[in-house]
Design a protein around this ligand. Structure first.
Ligand code: SF4
Length: 392
């Protein structure tokens, strides 16, 4: 596994796979061909089907130059490596300078066809599964925060930036009202939820409020942190900052919660997927809920086994969750789903803390099942907006 830094990417929403990664790829291609007089970009798979709603064409054109860029939505061809493929071509004086095939594999990450799909060039963690990590921690008598600290040097400095960015996004979401971009005319709800929270305070109201604030900012193309993706970026900050503000958890401890959440997301990213286009929403909201539940269990004083159990419960109860965004935009069901998953994370942590941590299905098993289930899901339920709620 590589650094958890690569899981928490800071950038503009609404989609890590459909906007963040394509923008990154376009920037890389532009650096290689700044003098090209024409760019042709072909989008495949879910990028071709829901790219318009997710602003994929918009960010690519904006990055390469509106006038000299043509986008083709190729609905006929697809790649087995990953559905989200992009083919960039640069031309000068009618001569093709380069053809580049690149894949957006989830959470803002890019991969080329000759790269291993799941492994990274920069692996720094010696263990690959939660079971291996728990055994190591037991042997070394350390907790999961100490584990991350040992193998991911300087991660706390980066997580300070993540903390600041998440905080700013929540503040912006709470102070912005109106309608979100797109045909659905979805009304922002975070400010009114916040008002209701202030009138009659409860932890669950604060969870909903903070999740909505981030998810609405994401839907409007604001800056968010992928946790693990843009579409699911409201769950982890909702739990962390609601714990900070309602239960008075210190900033230092919140950073440690990010370490735990990042470790969980990383294990899933390495062994399964965090891409809605590949495994459905279980790989986005399900993973976010699992990450948040683990952090929450840590705040509540859970030991390594109870944290693992909380993460397992949260993911298990999202198995099979489909990705079917209405009108191809990250709004319905995505925004509400962030708020409900934040509340579920809290329940998963509470439940796990009422046990000794011993349980039947391991986190690693659920990760494996999530991957299998995701591959068994029909394409219409994997960010193509051709089935489920999107077809109603
Ligand atoms: S339904 Fe889930 S996976 Fe699909 S776009 Fe929305 S948040 Fe992402």
């Amino acid at each position: 596994m590589d650094s958890i830094r690569n899981l928490f990417n800071i950038g503009n929403g609404p989609s890590s796979s459909h906007t963040m990664a394509p923008q990154k790829a376009a920037k890389m291609f532009l650096e290689r061909h700044p003098d090209a007089d024409f760019f042709l970009v072909e989008l495949f798979g879910s990028l071709a089907l829901t790219g318009r709603g997710h602003l994929t064409d918009y960010v690519i054109k904006k990055t390469l130059g509106e006038e000299r860029t043509k986008i083709v939505f190729n609905l006929q061809q697809s790649y087995n490596y990953h559905t989200n493929a992009m083919k960039f071509k640069a031309f000068k004086d009618d001569i093709q300078l380069e053809k580049w095939l690149i894949f957006s594999v989830g959470g803002g990450a890019l991969k080329e066809l000759d790269e291993p799909r799941y492994h990274s060039k920069e692996e720094i963690y010696p263990h690959k599964t939660m079971n291996e990590i728990l055994n190591y921690c037991k042997h070394e008598k350390i907790n999961l925060v100490e584990y991350v600290d040992r193998f991911d040097p300087n991660i706390k400095d980066y997580l300070q930036l993540v903390y600041d960015s998440m905080e700013k996004t929540i503040e912006k979401g709470l102070s912005t009202s109106g309608v979100l971009p797109g045909r659905l005319k979805v009304q922002r709800k975070a400010p009114s939820f916040h008002k209701q929270y202030l009138q009659n305070k409860s932890f669950s109201k604060l969870l909903y409020t903070y999740a909505l604030a981030t998810a609405e900012e994401n839907a409007s193309g604001g800056i968010v942190v992928t946790a693990p993706t843009c579409g699911s970026s409201g769950v982890v900050p909702a739990v962390l900052f609601a714990c900070r503000d309602y239960h008075h958890i210190s900033k230092e401890k919140i950073i440690e919660g990010l370490m735990i959440a990042g470790l969980i997301g990383n294990i899933i990213k390495f062994n399964a997927s965090i891409s809605g286009a590949e495994v459905g929403c279980q790989g986005e909201i399900g993973v976010a809920c699992s990450m948040a539940a683990a952090a929450e269990a840590y705040f509540l004083g859970g030991n390594n086994e109870q944290i693992e159990y909380a993460a397992e419960i949260a993911l298990e109860h999202h198995l099979g969750l489909t990705c079917d965004p209405v009108d191809g935009v990250v709004q319905i069901p995505c925004i509400e789903r962030n708020a409900i998953a934040a509340a579920k994370a809290f329940d998963a942590a509470n439940y796990a803390l009422m046990t000794s941590g011993i349980h039947f299905i391991s986190f690693d098993t659920v990760v494996e099942v999530m991957k299998e289930t995701g591959h068994d899901l029909q394409a219409k339920y994997k960010e193509t907006s051709t089935g489920g709620l999107a077809a109603k």
